[in-house]
Design a protein. Sequence first.
Lengths: 216, 218
Amino acid sequence: MTIMLGGFGLCGIPENLIAAVIRKGVKGLHTISNNMGVDGFGMGLMLEAGMIASHIGSYVGENRLLEKLVIAGELHLTLIPQGTLAERIRAGGAGIPAFYVPAGAGTIVAEGKEVRDFDGKPHLMERALRADVSLIKAWKADRHGNLVYQKTARNFNPAMATAAELTIVEVEELVEPGELDPDEVMTPGIFVNRVVVGPEFKKPIEYRFIKEQGER
Amino acid sequence: MNGKELIARRIAGELKDGFYVNLGIGLPTMIAACVPAGIEVVFQSENGLLGIGPPPAPDQEDPDLINAGKQPVTTLPGSSFFGSDQAFAMIRGGHMNMSILGAMQVSCRGDLANWTIPGKMVKGMGGAMDLVASAARVIVAMEHNAKDGAPKIVEECSLPLTGKRVVHDIVTELGWFHVSADGLVVEEIAEGVTKDDIEHRTGCQVYFSRHLRPMLPS
């Protein structure tokens, strides 16, 4: 089974749905998410539970266990450019089977892909991504599944909400239809199949500014 | 002023009023604090924010408001939020003016390697491949040599590439290097640095501009 999980780092991840998937104890999952949580939180917990067989993402540098499993050949990791990942998901939700982008031309990302020149520049053909289930985090929802996200917790969530057979959303607040201004709805309810209110949100912060600004 | 600060302050001198700029993680992030007075530059964070504000006070941190380095930030008057697909539409669509990134290796032809060491480091390219493939001017901000002293500016990158022929300029604590069709040209040289220093610490042929200038912080 293929699962998409929203979030960037630990921001805007469906932390309660991740906990529910772990309680269910399923194995052999193929996951699609920009990152892989950290050791001890987010998708890192799914990894520790041995549920993930393969992963597609753009950056997984915060997870040592993943690095170990990949180097040992125990988990199949596919790293792709972040913008290409976002667009492949968007295309998956929008019924566009493939498209061309310049990112990755002339690199190992191009291996096995059709290369075509447009306006004198090489572009790679990229295929759309879809999943069986998308696990999404939004700030507010109504019973139609209309969603509003908060700040940078939006990230991959709206695109992923469109690209699965079953889209499950966890929210901080469920409101009645009519309470969301139609102008503020970011994901229309047509894309959403289930909404749950998360009982608790830990929302850890991954990095803080220390010493010089920007230095970790 | 240390080397990193010189690099950040020199690159800040290239910013122009109204520019939209993406700063990579690490050294490039320091440039945000060096914008010359009197101009307005909008910094983009590819996780979905235009108009990155300064770091918040420790008790004001909002876990829903981070930059692409996953650090808490703030907004500014005029900031906006958006999803990842739209963030990269800005980048891929040529709406950004400048992209400033770090590097592990850069070749004299502008090939960039900054995302992986095979068999050793599994991290990922994040948005770097999209950023360098876009139409924006790409500047590499980095220390001139690796920690072991090895040159990072090389004839051919030995590490897997982030992009081929994508870098326009390289700025290190030694000087300003422009990637031209005829080779790598030293345009500016930092105070106290000699041409010999640059030749000894660089892994490819360099040409010194006829108009070689001192490299000064903005």
